[in-house]
Design a protein around this ligand. Structure first.
Ligand SMILES: [Cu+2]
Length: 81
């Protein structure tokens, strides 16, 4: 029984950290695309930066799924999806 709950805790921890590492990876992809992409309008650029900032904030608050959803919006504008 002890082993089972230890495994369960490890699984939860792993799932949590997988999410936690995913957001910064997406943020990096957005930063790279922003550095390269010159085709966006100023309005699109503002929108991408807003979603990027919101995504980072949500990630820091531990809301990783919301963060990924928000970052996905920025990626869509950048044409990454
Ligand atoms: Cu996160």
């Amino acid at each position: 029984m002890k082993i089972r709950s230890a495994l369960f805790a490890a699984t939860l921890l792993f799932a949590g950290s997988a999410f936690a590492f995913h957001c910064p990876a997406e943020m990096k992809k957005i930063d790279d695309a922003l550095a390269k992409n010159r085709k966006l309008t100023a309005a699109q650029m503002d929108e991408v930066k807003k979603y990027r900032a919101d995504g980072e904030k949500l990630h820091k608050e531990g809301k990783h799924q919301e963060s990924l959803d928000t970052l996905a919006k920025a990626e869509k504008i950048l044409g990454m999806q």
